[in-house]
Design a protein. Structure first.
Length: 397
């Protein structure tokens, strides 16, 4: 079951030009299983019609503190029933009102009447966003526990370019999910590797594997959603998940240097498929066909730096490895766990349908150093990440 399934979310829409993007946010929330109640300010009604939100949301859009046939106190009822209030977009005016507690409309009344988490998505021109008063108001709201979704850079109203653009809808949803998720990894640093390393044969060709990084990225999404600081060391070009600090690498040696440069990780998730072999003498120039003869490529072993991580592991750190196997799954995984001094190993049989490389799903066995095992039937890779991080979080205490 998803994080948003069954959650009651008040979607506050204010009078910024980015109000049209809130329509897509509304649709995505409903698709994720949330019960969405739109509340629109007078300014929002100048930008987009209430009918649009009423058609997409779980309930008709509400626009007035008065004349509600259901209840004489709609702000109190909605504020008390809400699991979360999302203000998207948030203008400088609503941010100021939230700071001072000025109740000027139905949306502010609802915000004042709730004890639920509040997520605010600022959107305005660069000059407005940079105003000291706006920045001070944002700082005060953050101190009070309001979650701020940082605006992005890009095209603004009137054709201008700059910072202050409403965050992408997918980013907004990720913050909403985080606000509704237990922050059991808050204050922790999770280092994750993803993708298959690429060992050069020549400047054009490489030796690699079938890993697409999907499982590693799922770990990054899950860890950040649970409050962790996330470093993602990746070989794939897929944009990094929301909140992750990305480090791009190519070869096994690159990945080793990037991982060893991080000295404060509480959890290391080695989800990448690191090459076991590499060309011993890669060519300086592209190898050409000559008389139809194939070139001889001598291979050498790459350094297995996961062994180093196990040997040097500081006290309290949880080290997680992976075993992608095609036979004797448990035997091979158990041997790898013991040999590399891992705390947890995640084993999967990549010869099975829907399992492992390039799939959205995975079927794994989670094995711990104490010998305990947990079978995870075929499921979404985010679910696999959740269960593995559950185990790691328990070890961290």
């Amino acid at each position: 079951m998803g994080t948003l399934t069954g959650k009651r979310i008040v979607l506050g829409v204010t009078g910024g030009i980015a109000a049209y993007k809130a329509v897509e946010v509304c649709r995505r929330l409903v698709d994720a299983g949330a019960h969405v109640q739109p509340v629109m300010t007078d300014g929002a009604l100048e930008m987009v019609g209430a009918t649009t939100f009423s058609a997409l949301a779980s309930e008709p859009a509400r626009t007035s503190l008065f004349h509600d046939p259901k209840t004489p106190i709609p702000h109190t009822k909605m504020g008390q029933a809400a699991d979360l209030i999302l203000v998207c977009p948030a203008t400088a005016r609503i941010i100021s009102d939230m700071r001072t507690g000025r109740s000027a409309d139905l949306l502010m009344g609802t915000i004042l009447a709730t004890r639920a988490p509040v997520v605010v998505c600022p959107a305005m021109h660069t000059e407005m966003w940079d105003q000291p008063a706006v920045q001070e108001n944002i700082g005060v709201l953050e101190q009070r526990g309001v979650m701020i979704v940082p605006p992005e850079s890009g095209r603004l109203a009137g054709g201008d370019m700059g910072h202050g653009r409403l965050a992408d809808p997918a980013t907004v949803i990720a913050y909403v999910e985080r606000a509704l998720t237990q922050q059991d990894l808050a204050g922790r640093h999770v280092l994750i590797t993803a993708g298959g390393t690429r060992e050069p044969i020549d400047p054009v060709r490489v030796i690699s594997n079938r890993s697409t990084g999907k499982q590693g990225y799922a770990f990054a999404e899950e860890a950040w959603g649970r409050g962790a600081k996330v470093t993602l060391v990746t070989t794939v070009e897929t944009p990094e998940p929301v909140g992750a600090h990305r480090v791009d690498v190519q070869t096994a040696a690159d990945m080793q240097r990037a991982v060893e440069a991080v000295d404060d990780a509480d959890i290391i998730v080695m989800a990448a498929a690191v090459a076991d072999f590499r060309p011993a003498d890669p060519a300086d120039h592209k190898i050409k066909k000559t008389d139809g003869a194939a070139p001889h490529i001598a291979l050498e072993k790459t350094h297995d730096f996961l062994i180093d991580l196990g040997e040097k592991k500081p006290g309290g750190q949880v080290l997680i490895g992976f075993a992608a196997e095609t036979h004797d799954l448990l035997g091979n995984a158990q041997g790898k766990l013991e040999r590399k001094k891992l705390d947890i190993i995640v084993a999967n049989d990549v010869s099975q349908p829907g399992v492992g490389f390039a799939h959205e799903t995975n079927e794994v066995v989670i094995i711990q150093a104490d010998g305990s095992c947990q079978d995870v039937p075929l499921t979404d890779k985010r679910d696999v990440a959740r269960l593995v991080l559950d185990t790691a979080a328990n070890k961290l205490g």
